[in-house]
Design a protein around this ligand. Sequence first.
Ligand SMILES: [Fe+2]
Ligand SMILES: [Fe+2]
Length: 322
Amino acid sequence: MPVVTSFRWLSEEEKYERFMERINAGEKIEADDWMPEDYRMTLIKLIAMHGISEIMGALPEKEWVPKAPSLRRKLGIMAKVQDEMGHGQLLLRVAEDLMAPLGKTREEIMQDLFKGDLKFHNVFHMPAPTWADAGLIGWLVDGAAIITQTNMLDASYGPYARALKRICAEEVFHAQHGESIILALAEGTKEQKEMLQDALNRWWEALLMFFGPGSAATTGTSKQDITIKYRIRTKTNEQLRQDFFTKYVPRILSIGLKLPDETMHFDESKGKWVYKQPDWNRFKEIIRNNGPKSKERLRLRELSYHNNAWVREALSGQSAAV
Ligand SMILES: [Fe+2]
Ligand SMILES: [Fe+2]
């Protein structure tokens, strides 16, 4: 039974109170429901960033479609790239509905990306120079995404939770695809093993950054506090990073790879992994589009957006009939 169905006659304070009752009762909030402004704005930012990151994330792997070492690998990576674009479309639809009452459109999300006002995920600013990087993105970047996204499967915002359900199912396939590439390289020649270790060394810091700074690295009310308060997610950035270590450190070691951090160990007394912090100033620079591949990938995205404008016009019926 819903806690309340009509907010029409309530004062702003009462609306907020009832909204929080719904959140705490585990009810799902839908696009047309009353919601406080900071909930709406947090969701727009989170979901637009997630959607855009799916689309930008397809770019480093797309580079490997023509160079995949066999037909089977080519089909696998092509399917993954298509899935990521589909995830982006699904999420931007969810963001679009949240933006509609503010008079903002999906077009503005793209313009914000091109202007540098909308950030995309730090990992997708990084280069993928070898086939091992392509495999590692599937294995560990998609693996990290599964950890953060399964934490939001029961998100209080219904449309996001439902989109994530489908996305997570496909992400599992991506991680298996990446793992299969990695296992083949780990059992391969000396050169292949070295290529794999180099890729892990190259990606390690970006993987730690993937989960965002811990609360010690942020000041004031952070985004993570708001998302937890509104039950968009339940775990902090640091808890998610620890879950990642617990799942993947044993797997990394079991295939003969070395951790790029010699100080890293599990502290039994504290029940957590101790590791060298990444450079959080560098993280800020990367997401401000000053990473190694930021500008190039943004240019590529902008170019295809303009080149494909005719498709959007044709679908929306704006172009003249011929
Ligand atoms: Fe995805
Ligand atoms: Fe994926």
